[in-house]
Design a protein around this ligand. Sequence first.
Ligand code: UDP
Ligand code: MG
Length: 137
Amino acid sequence: MSKTLAIIKPDAVEKNAAGAIIEKIQSAGFKILGLRMLKIDRSQAGVFYEVHKERPFYNDLCDYMSGGKIIPIALEKDNAVDDFRKVIGNTDPEQAEVGTIRKLFGTSKAVNAIHGSDSDENAAKEIVFFFNASELV
Ligand code: UDP
Ligand code: MG
């Protein structure tokens, strides 16, 4: 078994899509280990997305992710990182496959409803950003 971090992003929380998104995640075979709803400030968003700090979209991304409530979810499944990337689809909802969360609920390449970790190493770092290990047992 391995772990990944999902985040239901502010746009999806705001449009009341969280329930439908969680249903899709569970139907795809992921076990929810931890889940919370919170608002992060801009500097926390900046730390979370530090790997992108040189990218042109970094400032807008930090504004977006700190602009409303988010729902981080720690997930477990075999091959969790890659399988979850398939469930969410391409970064750009227009390019995402039919039935993926981003195709269903995303608005644009920037405002795309959900986050998924991109490697086991980053999943571990991202999960501790939002959860204490003792909460997930
Ligand atoms: N993003 C953006 N413009 C881009 C690429 C990414 O606004 O050209 C935003 C988008 O919200 C994306 C996040 O930055 O989900 C992180 O980008 P990444 O390349 O890691 O995409 P992801 O792993 O989320 O598919
Ligand atoms: Mg990424």
